[in-house]
Design a protein. Structure first.
Length: 178
């Protein structure tokens, strides 16, 4: 599960005695944290998209609109998903733009709000849709918290690298040879 990797790199002992580690180890740790953050960021975007779909259905219900069929929902997706072009929080770009190949990455959101659940929204009670929104919101909160913790690790590792370059412990010219 994605949280296992997050928990491992956010554990108190992950950084250990960072100044004593080799520069190669520090770079590898930073790259590992970036890769995990990319996966969590991708997952968070999926969660947010599903939350936007459920929120649109809640708005429709609150406004007294008629239930929509799956075809209409699909037609409305561009408008629903573009509603939040920029989410709150630090706007860090993912370091990799390749789709994660982790087949277990979306297991939890699929369990809570998979495609079948979303296509059945018109048949769910108001209370069930509200509970669905709460559950998806909780997953989004967990993913966001995980990302913030990962950013802290990445910042610490980048800080250690910058310190070494600044003090001359590491040779900046060596970066060009990589």
């Amino acid at each position: 599960m994605w949280t296992d990797d997050v928990d491992r790199v956010r554990a108190d002992d992950y950084l250990g005695d960072l100044p004593a580690r080799s520069i190669e180890d520090v770079r590898a740790m930073r790259d590992e944290c970036r890769a995990i953050e990319d996966r969590v960021s991708y997952l968070r975007r999926i969660i947010q998209g599903r939350l936007d779909i459920v929120a649109a259905d809640l708005r429709r219900r609150a406004e007294g609109g008629s239930p929509i069929d799956l075809g209409t929902l699909i037609e409305q997706l561009p408008d629903i998903l573009s509603d939040k072009v920029h989410a709150g929080g630090p706007g860090r770009l993912p370091s990799g733009l390749i789709l994660p190949d982790d087949t277990d990455l979306t297991t939890e959101i699929d369990r809570v709000a998979g495609p079948d659940t979303l296509s059945d929204l018109p048949d769910l009670s108001d209370d069930a849709v509200a509970e669905l929104a709460r559950s998806i919101g909780e997953l989004e909160r967990q993913a966001s918290e995980s990302r913030r913790g990962l950013f802290g690790r990445i910042d610490a590792l980048n800080g250690e690298l910058a310190r070494r370059y600044g003090t001359g412990e590491a040779d900046v010219a060596a970066l060009l040879d990589r």
